[in-house]
Design a protein around this ligand. Structure first.
Ligand code: NAP
Length: 267
């Protein structure tokens, strides 16, 4: 029996699987997966040493924790495959936005326990951020520790209430895309004023990485860190003032509004 099985080996499934292997918490023989295409499964097995199951049902039957890493529009197809193979009380982890624990449990026949997790793709490098929600009374302390271990193996994990999961989606699930856009724009500005493209991307990305570490490791409020960079009458406050004028914060909050509303509509 594998410790963790994945149905789906796309962006998120492979990020978590490779993150788990990189951290060394689990070895290839502790993991199992399926994908839609045989060539994809063979390629991942060759690359990682992780065996693939011959069917979704076999993957479900042979895994202690089963992670659903397919897009939600394929859930019905996958549930039809695995429903008969699921054990009563088996723990199934959904990475999908919007879909509730209650509705997923019912769609899988009512006997499983469902964990909702909202990770992000930096899990691939062991730098993911995952919000996790479950009905705490249904899990042993050992199971809670193992669920935590799966997600802390590929980054940080926070237990949240289920009603907060769509907010987690805005701040961690979707937001790598927002941050990449910021990095791209920052690098474009460097290129505009004469930096080579490669140097501009490296500088922009390292600055975002370093600034994020300053927030996490100093414990200082981001506003205080911003103030510390702004000399009176200097170049940085001139840029900060322009960002306010052009609505950076408003644009970010509007992006979160759009993601939140979209996940509220997924049923
Ligand atoms: N991408 C993100 O940044 C992100 C962040 C947070 C949460 N999520 C959630 O994570 C889940 C997976 O998203 P994703 O971005 O990883 O999707 P994806 O890149 O499109 O990958 C989907 C995977 O599902 C496989 N698949 C499709 N139909 C299948 C079936 N019937 N049986 C078995 N495997 C099947 C595909 O196989 P092939 O590879 O063979 O085509 C593919 O490996 C979704 O619920 C998504 O909302 C994603």
């Amino acid at each position: 029996m594998a410790k963790v099985g994945f149905i789906g080996m796309g962006n998120m499934g492979s990020a978590i699987l490779k993150g788990l292997l990189k951290k060394g918490t689990y070895g290839p023989q502790d993991l199992l997966f399926t994908a839609a295409h045989r060539e994809k499964m063979e390629q991942v097995t060759v690359e990682t040493g992780v065996p693939h199951a011959s069917s979704n049902r076999e993957c479900a039957e042979s895994s202690q924790y089963l992670i659903l890493a397919v897009k939600p529009q394929y859930f019905d197809e996958v549930f039809d495959d695995i429903r008969e193979g699921l054990r009563p009380g088996q723990i199934v982890v959904s990475l999908a936005p919007g879909l509730t624990i209650k509705s997923l449990r019912e769609r899988m026949g009512g006997q499983v326990r469902v964990v909702r997790a909202m990770p992000n793709t930096p899990a691939l490098l062991g730098e993911g951020m995952t919000g996790v929600a479950y009905e705490a009374e249904a899990y042993s302390e050992e199971e809670k520790a193992e669920i935590r271990e799966i997600f802390t193996s590929c980054g940080k994990a926070e237990l949240v209430e289920e009603r907060q999961m769509d907010a987690v989606g805005c701040v961690s699930g979707c937001s790598p895309a927002f941050v990449y856009m910021f990095i791209e724009a920052l690098a474009d500005s460097g290129v505009k004023y004469g930096l080579p493209r490669k140097t501009a991307y490296e500088m922009a990305a390292q600055t975002v990485l370093g600034s994020a570490k300053m927030v996490l490791e100093t414990g200082k409020h981001p506003g205080q860190l911003k103030d510390e960079v702004c000399s009176p009458g200097g170049t940085t406050i001139a840029g900060v003032s322009a960002l306010e004028e052009w609505g950076l914060r408003n644009a970010v909050i509007k992006a979160a509004d759009a993601s939140y509303e979209k996940s509220q509509k997924i049923k």
